[in-house]
Design a protein around this ligand. Structure first.
Ligand code: DLL
Length: 433
């Protein structure tokens, strides 16, 4: 399979560092003068833009946390006037506050460029029919893949999520060749396909670009077998740009990071020190090209490692391992990022429940199912069943409102949820990913 941008994907280490350093110097200047948050942070650390001359100076720069974006909600970290912002995306946040990201025209070009690289890794070209079943809207999945696919000149099929039987019909009738969706949805689609009597030979699918949530090698083999495709892992996060930050090539040996745009580091989340190549730790990115929301050393909370050795595909870019976990308690349910504290804040709004709850996540028929068990108060416990059902339904609706997830809610007897001595265990994840 070819490259989208050989010059940048295959450049020598020396040239890459030159590009990164030039962009880094410019970016640090921009955030210092345009973003009060960074101006204050750098002053606190006693550094000025001129102190940052190269990659080795990265460690002098302050970290950025998701909380910083929340504290400056919605647009306080943007580095350009709103007249230059042409697109907003967002992800759900801990207490209902979203993490908001903004793009300039040039940022959208950068995004389309890195997504074109990602899709080309999966063999996409002008002849491809790219079936996009990632959600469109504030989530970056749908539109992110969309613009990359258009840049390549492929035929875009912007189906968005849901309505599985229609997805399958479109896939067969339009001749989709590349499927873009979450890996769990790809599994679900493949199962529904068997149920609806469509055979893989009825489809023209060749490859899939799956991401937005963790998945395993065994899931990969199953998807590849059932759909008869090559299934590749793609990674990204809204704060950095969306999908397009990194993607696997046909060698499937780590995800190539678009490191001319996003400089990665692996740090020890406790000591906050950068770790040597190959170490497992928290992935941190500095976005050197972005204009709307440039971020210095953004703490992704994703656990991974970096491999600087050359890949057999010829790309020279550094590769990150599959995401191995998180350093915080974020879980991804049907592609939606969920923090247990979000559930907690919903429950706090209901007087008839106690703060004792547990979230049970299972995967049934390849779909994530969330059950929230919450202890009711003693008073309610002695009350009528109808009232209990009514409260369960109200909580379910509120979880739907806040998180967009359909959960089963069960009010359980007071003191029936196991107490833990240390940190409360709020999540039982039974998914065998
Ligand atoms: O999930 C962007 C995306 C869309 C990536 C489509 C790939 C495909 P957020 O909603 O901001 O952005 O969620 C970002 O999702 O920090 C990871 O924890 C997780 N994540 C994303 N891709 C992967 C992956 C999009 N391939 C958060 N493997 C990230 C594991 C992933 N986790």
């Amino acid at each position: 399979m070819g490259y989208w941008n050989r010059e940048f994907e295959c450049m020598t280490e020396e040239n890459l560092i030159k590009v990164q350093e030039e962009k880094l110097r410019d970016m640090v200047k921009r955030v210092y003068f345009a973003v009060p948050f960074y101006n204050n942070k750098m002053k606190e650390l006693g550094i000025v833009p001129e102190d940052i001359t190269g990659i080795d100076d990265l460690s002098k720069l302050p970290f950025t946390y998701k909380q910083d974006l929340r504290d400056n909600y919605p647009f306080g970290m943007f580095a350009v006037p709103m007249t230059d912002i042409v697109r907003i995306h967002a992800t759900s946040g801990t207490t209902g506050k979203q993490t908001v990201v903004g793009y300039t025209k040039k940022d959208l070009d950068t995004w389309a460029e890195v997504m074109a690289r990602t899709l080309t890794c999966a063999g996409a070209d002008k002849n491809s029919f790219i079936h996009i079943a990632y959600g469109y809207g504030l989530f970056t999945g749908g539109l992110g893949v969309h613009y990359g696919a258009e840049k390549i000149g492929a035929t875009v099929i912007p189906v968005s999520g849901g309505n599985t039987s229609r997805q399958l019909q479109i896939m067969r009738d339009f001749g989709s060749t590349i499927l873009a969706c979450t890996p769990s949805y790809a599994m679900y689609l493949s199962e529904e396909m068997e149920n609806s009597g469509i055979k893989k030979s009825d489809l023209k699918l060749k490859a899939g670009v799956f991401g937005a949530e963790p998945w395993s090698e065994s899931m990969r083999s199953e998807i590849e077998e059932r759909l008869g495709i090559i299934a590749l892992d793609i990674y990204g996060l809204s704060e950095i740009i969306g999908p397009g930050v990194a993607s696997e090539c046909e060698c499937k040996c780590g995800l190539h990071i678009a490191s001319d745009h996003f400089i990665p580091e692996i740090i020890d989340p406790d000591t906050q020190k950068a770790l040597p190549p190959g170490s497992i730790g928290e992935l941190v990115f500095t976005t050197v090209s972005k204009e709307g929301l440039p971020l210095l050393r953004y703490r992704t909370r994703d656990i991974s490692s970096l491999d600087y050795r050359r890949c057999d595909c010829g790309r020279t870019s550094v590769r990150m391992s599959k995401v191995l976990g998180r350093t915080d308690d974020m879980i991804i349910i049907r592609g939606v990022n969920v923090f247990p504290s979000q559930i907690e804040s919903v429950l706090l709004g209901f007087g008839d429940t106690t703060p004792n709850y547990i979230m049970i996540i299972e995967r049934k028929d390849n779909l994530d199912i969330l059950e929230v068990d919450v202890e009711m108060t003693q008073e309610l416990f002695s009350d009528q069943v109808r009232e209990i059902e009514d409260i369960e339904n109200r909580i379910r609706r509120e979880i739907m409102n806040v998180l967009g997830i359909n959960a089963t809610v069960k009010l359980v007897e007071p003191r029936s949820i196991a107490r833990s001595e240390g940190k409360a265990k709020r999540v039982i994840d039974k998914r065998n990913i």
